[in-house]
Design a protein around this ligand. Structure first.
Ligand SMILES: O=C(O)c1ccc[n+]([C@@H]2O[C@H](COP(=O)([O-])O)[C@@H](O)[C@H]2O)c1
Ligand SMILES: Cc1cc2nc[nH]c2cc1C
Length: 347
């Protein structure tokens, strides 16, 4: 299924982008004066193939999974927080959950690999395995498990779109996932983990050298092939990362814009783009996460997030904030009148 979906993704609609660019240039305002709003609606028109796209129906997809690397003392929080927050997120009582309520976004909380069995009406059970293995001892998961997790992401993106979503936000919950994310980023960029390892969910600064060393050892023992994104993902990645990359691939397949969140989400986007570079044009950045490696990941994809909120929560909290901005861009295009309609000449 993964290969079929990857092969079916097409380029965004450049003709429609030209049409909408022309319209935006003729709206009753000084040309260019609505800045990034203009770029956004042109991109959404290209993604959807629509001259007047709307993103009024919104969904947040949160991939929840545990990470075996937590055995190496790389996170402050106990691993059970993954399980607890997986139950809380869809109830709208976490950071992203609360913002999703404000945005009227439907929440899809997915158990893609939490350690504990979850039988809960609010959580979608797509467990691939009970958390990944400890990547300092060997691969975090098999190649097949990574493919399964990517396919879960695709499946949920398709489901959300079929249920009406016109824009998706990607989020995750997984104690320890700043370690896996940093490992992937280090392999792909060649930057030493000691330079890009951050505090995640408040890991003490004095223990950061240890965290970086764990990441370095994971890479050394697994020797991921830098030219093979599935090899990197399975050896030093996580189920949450794979699920988010799958969500982005699924969104591109369905021609729906997908908003990237923070550090983990951005590195997931890198994996998705390595699997098919056409995915890149379907991605909308949101904010600059404060996590140390985040800017390097953002720059790697040549993205320009429009928010700088000092946020580093994850769960999709930053991506959700972009919903209003993208929707404003759609309203600008649909509701504003042209110079001609306003009876004055272009400025
Ligand atoms: O999205 C981000 O930029 C971000 C930055 C730091 C931490 N997080 C969240 O914190 C958890 C990972 O942190 P840690 O310290 O357990 O590796 C995970 O559940 C993420 O959602 C998220
Ligand atoms: C409480 C808590 C909430 C989170 N949400 C995303 N990552 C998190 C990590 C912790 C520790």
């Amino acid at each position: 299924m993964l290969n079929e979906v990857l092969a079916s993704i097409t380029e965004i609609d450049h003709n429609m982008m030209t049409t909408v660019r022309n319209r935006v240039e003729n709206l009753n305002k000084p040309q260019g004066s609505l800045g990034k709003l203009e770029d956004l609606v042109i991109q959404v028109a290209g993604i959807t193939g629509k001259a007047y796209p709307m993103t009024d129906k919104k969904a947040l997809i949160v991939m929840c999974a545990d990470n075996g690397v937590c055995d190496e003392d790389v996170a402050s929080a106990i691993q059970e927080v993954t399980y607890i927050q997986t139950l809380n997120i869809p109830r709208g009582i976490t950071g992203a959950g609360a913002i999703a309520k404000q945005m009227n976004a439907k929440i899809y909380a997915v158990d893609i690999g939490v350690m504990t069995d979850i039988d809960d009406a609010y959580v979608i059970n797509k467990k691939v395995m009970y958390g990944t293995h400890n990547m300092t001892k060997g691969p975090a998961m098999s190649r097949n498990e990574a493919i399964k997790a990517l396919e879960v992401g695709i499946e949920i993106a398709i489901q959300a779109v079929d249920e009406g979503a016109k824009i998706l936000a990607t989020g995750e919950m997984g104690i320890g996932n700043t370690s896996t994310t940093t490992a992937i980023l280090s392999v792909i960029t060649g930057i030493d983990p000691s330079e890009i390892t951050g505090i995640g969910a408040n890991f003490p600064l004095e223990k950061l050298a240890h965290k970086a060393d764990v990441i370095k050892r994971s890479i050394a023992i697994n020797k991921p092939d830098v030219d093979d994104p599935l090899d990197i993902l399975s050896k030093v990645g996580g189920l949450d990362i794979a699920g988010m990359a799958g969500t982005m691939i699924g969104a591109a397949y369905k021609k729906v814009p997908v908003v990237i969140d923070g550090f983990i989400s951005t590195v997931s986007a890198i994996i998705a783009c390595k699997l098919n570079p056409l995915v890149r044009d379907y991605l909308i950045p949101s904010h600059y996460s404060l996590e140390k490696g985040a800017k390097i990941a953002t720059n790697y994809l040549k993205l320009n997030p429009f928010l700088d909120m000092n946020m580093r929560l994850g769960e999709g909290s930053g991506a959700l904030l972009a919903f209003n901005i993208v929707e404003a861009a759609c309203y600008m295009n649909r509701e504003m009148i042209t110079f001609e309609e306003a009876h004055f000449d272009a400025l």
